[in-house]
Design a protein around this ligand. Structure first.
Ligand SMILES: Nc1ncnc2c1ncn2[C@@H]1O[C@H](COP(=O)(O)OP(=O)(O)O)[C@@H](O)[C@H]1O
Ligand SMILES: [Mg+2]
Length: 277
């Protein structure tokens, strides 16, 4: 059994989190604490519940059972209005990055600020946008529209937007997915850089092990709704759980292989290309 987590033992704390979706048990009693100033990486195969887990950290989803704490305060039971305030302390980069196509880079980055504040000092805002864009290496792109940016650039603009309000925590959902290895590595480097320069607490969901090893202080593996491994990169590399080894080496399980072998090579009638000439 895992040790109980204390509600104030990390910036984000999940206690015995359960999420049901219809009859499916997506999360089955997850307890974890994302430590202040550290990067916690959550790995696991597609569909294992990583995104659902991350959404609970910011209460975009309410748990079926269990609790969520932010800086020692319980937040899963707050009203939407209260949650809005809590969320201003989070920056998030969700899958797809989702910039507003009809707004240029400058307007995209100032969007969250305008939602929460009446801006009077536009000069200060210009400076802020400039500094956030410089942080992701894209100062000068203020008037560009998302359509003219590459996938990697869009992610970097989304990242600049995520840090616009100086968040305490940054949540990244699959930040490198869909990028070629070099652009993926730029994102890894940016995550490391933001970590150092902004001193934030980061949680990253990924199935990219190269990225996980590079950026993580701690790696947590989800499997069938539960945490099956939790530790640093070496701990994960040497973990005896077969699901961990299969996942990190990108191997298919014996069970899945057997199912593949069963499917369909032995039909009674086998057509060859000649049959259609
Ligand atoms: N909003 C939701 N609430 C509950 N279950 C969901 C929701 N969205 C997806 N699911 C289900 O939860 C499981 C995990 O999905 P997801 O977290 O998106 O996986 P991952 O991000 O690891 O690929 C899937 O079986 C999916 O059908
Ligand atoms: Mg996901």
């Amino acid at each position: 059994m895992r040790k109980e987590v204390e509600s104030d033992s990390g910036v984000i704390v999940l206690k015995n989190l359960v999420k049901k979706s219809g009859t499916e048990l997506v999360l089955d009693g997850i307890s974890l604490a994302a430590e202040e100033g550290k990067t916690t990486v959550i790995i696991g195969p597609s569909g294992c519940g990583k995104t659902v887990l991350m959404k609970h950290m910011i209460v975009l989803e309410r748990p079926s059972a269990g609790e969520v704490y932010f800086k020692g305060r319980r937040i899963d039971d707050l009203r939407e209005r209260e949650l809005e305030k809590v969320r201003t302390q989070y920056g998030f980069l969700f899958q797809g990055g989702a910039l507003f196509d009809s707004l240029n880079v400058y307007e995209n980055i100032t969007f969250p600020i305008r939602q929460h504040h009446e801006i009077t000092d536009w000069k200060a805002i210009d400076e802020l946008v400039k500094s956030k864009l410089a942080m992701v290496g894209l100062d000068g792109y203020q008037t560009h529209y998302p359509a003219s940016l590459s996938g990697g650039q869009k992610k970097r603009v989304a990242l600049a937007r995520a840090i616009a309000m100086n968040p305490h925590v940054i949540l990244y959902d699959e930040p490198t997915t869909g990028l070629d290895p070099i652009r993926a590595d730029i994102i890894n480097e940016l995550i490391l850089k933001l970590q150092k320069e902004l001193d934030v607490t980061s949680v990253v969901v990924t199935h990219d092990m190269k990225s996980a090893y590079k950026i993580a202080d701690r790696i947590i593996m989800l499997h069938e709704g539960k945490i099956v491994a939790d530790g640093d990169a070496d701990h994960i590399r040497n973990h005896p759980h077969p699901a961990v080894q299969q996942f990190i080496h990108g191997r298919v399980s014996e069970e899945d292989l057997a199912a593949l072998r069963l499917g369909g090579t032995k039909f009674k009638t086998q057509y060859t290309p000649e049959d259609f000439r």
